[in-house]
Design a protein around this ligand. Structure first.
Ligand code: PMP
Length: 441
């Protein structure tokens, strides 16, 4: 998320300009939730209902959601709602009793993953899954070092925040953490994959010399907060090999791209022909119900399983399992991976057409329904245009279309709609972008 498009403190004159009901909610929020929270948009949005790709404000005004990958199947998706309601009305316990639901879920998830991945551990959030991944990586390797990309986000726990550089300078990285630039830094090189791999090898060497060694390389397979990098498919392979050569594990963070969004496969790493040691997943997994997981190769759990025990009160409870099973049902029944491919391809083609007419669009990247639009001040220097991104995000909100921006320059529009997004919705977004880009600032 572009920090510019998130607001925490509203000065009195900005508050004054907002409608009285928003103002009252903002003031109450600041009073009771305190200063660490942020809001989207200069004119924050009050939402009361969702349905498919639409979100509604209290007046019934509809907003087209081009941003939310939590309600990934669509807001209030009826099959998931029913599964949650029925299971809530039947039994809510935890994983210390026998129950079919969590076993079905684990079996079904494993069926979507490479055969090397064989055990599923349930959590409630992506942060918890990444925290557990780090504990496992330390146990397996005996090392503590972590390599992440320059603007990665992996979550909120103490240990995970220490390897989440996108939290900003106020949240320092751990002494055992090294960052590598995302693939864009090697643009123009003939071998992007090799260059990325060499950066990982150098970071691992540095960790070794500092006495940390490498526990894990963790990569968001779509580089969401780094500014969305999907291509060339396969570019992760040398980096993974370099991490393993240094004794570390490779963790695929699928919290953003997982569950079919890339339109190519169920998981983002699968486009890169690599087999992870650990996979973490969350966000879209319960279509809004908090359910997340870590999947591991069996050999990595042997020692941890012997020495530690794992229990997560809510992780994998029967309602969470019912929600996640229903999500898998709908992805399969509605062929949503193919759908994401088809609508995403249309959107990317249309965005390239826009780029041909608007020099502010320096690059269009992505795959399926995970797309980054790189806004630049100048096509030759590719200097990021953060201001334009902020203007576009806010102008789209005024036109009732929701998305956001990311990347180190805060200049990459992030388009990541619910998978219920259709061609007609893509066209609404393109028309609005075209009109805003054609109008003077
Ligand atoms: N990994 C990635 C790539 C994420 O984008 C996020 C959440 N934005 C997380 C992990 C953390 O997930 P959660 O918010 O469920 O803890």
């Amino acid at each position: 998320m572009n920090r510019m498009s998130m607001i925490n403190a509203f000065d009195p004159s900005t508050l004054e300009a907002l409608d009285p009901s928003s103002r009252a909610l903002i003031e109450r929020r600041q009073r009771v939730l305190g200063p660490a929270y942020r809001l989207f948009y200069e004119d924050p949005l009050h939402l009361v209902r969702g349905d498919g790709v639409w979100l509604y404000d209290p007046q019934g005004q509809a907003y087209l959601d081009a941003y939310n990958n939590v309600a990934s199947l669509g807001h209030a998706q009826p099959d998931v709602v029913r599964a949650i309601a029925e299971q809530s009305a039947t039994l809510v316990t935890h994983t210390r009793y026998l129950h079919e639901g969590v076993l079905q879920l684990a079996e079904r998830l494993l069926a979507t993953l490479p055969s090397e991945m064989s055990h599923v551990m349930l959590t409630c959030t992506g942060s918890e899954a990444n925290d557990l991944a780090y504990r496992l990586a330390r146990t397996v390797t005996g090392n503590t070092g972590v390599i992440v990309t320059q603007l990665a986000y992996h979550g909120v726990t103490h240990s995970v925040a220490e390897f989440s550089p996108s939290l900003g300078q106020g949240v320092p990285l751990g002494a055992h953490v090294r960052v590598v630039p995302p693939p864009d830094a090697y643009r123009g090189e003939t071998d992007v994959a090799g260059a990325f791999g060499r950066a990982v090898a150098a970071a691992a060497q540095d960790l070794q010399e500092a006495g940390h060694g490498l526990a894990m390389l963790i990569v968001d397979s779509i580089f969401s907060s780094d500014g969305v990098y999907a291509d060339p498919a396969g570019f992760l392979a040398p980096a993974v090999a370099a991490a393993r050569a240094a004794g570390g594990l490779y963790v695929a963070d699928e919290v953003q791209p997982g569950f079919g969004r890339t339109g190519a496969a169920m998981w983002g790493f699968q486009r890169h022909q690599v087999i992870p040691d650990l996979v973490t997943m969350g966000k879209p997994m319960g279509n809004g119900y908090p359910v997340a997981a870590l999947v591991a190769q069996a050999k990595h759990l042997e020692r941890f399983g012997r020495e530690a025990r794992y229990f997560n009160t809510f992780g994998g409870n029967p309602v969470a399992a019912a929600a996640a099973n229903a999500v898998l049902d709908v992805i399969e029944r509605d062929a949503l991976i193919q759908h994401a491919h088809r609508v995403g391809a249309h959107l990317i083609t249309q965005l390239h057409d826009l780029a041909a007419r608007h020099p502010a669009i320096g690059d269009v990247r992505g795959v399926g329904l995970f797309i980054g639009v790189d806004l630049v001040q100048d096509l030759s220097t590719r200097a990021p245009d953060r201001e334009l991104a902020t203007r576009l995000v806010n102008a789209l909100r005024q036109r009732k279309i929701l998305l956001s921006a990311s990347g180190p320059g805060g200049n990459v529009l992030k388009i990541r709609p619910p998978l219920a997004f259709q061609i007609e919705h893509a066209d609404l977004l393109i028309t609005a972008l075209d009109e805003i880009l054609s109008s003077a600032p």
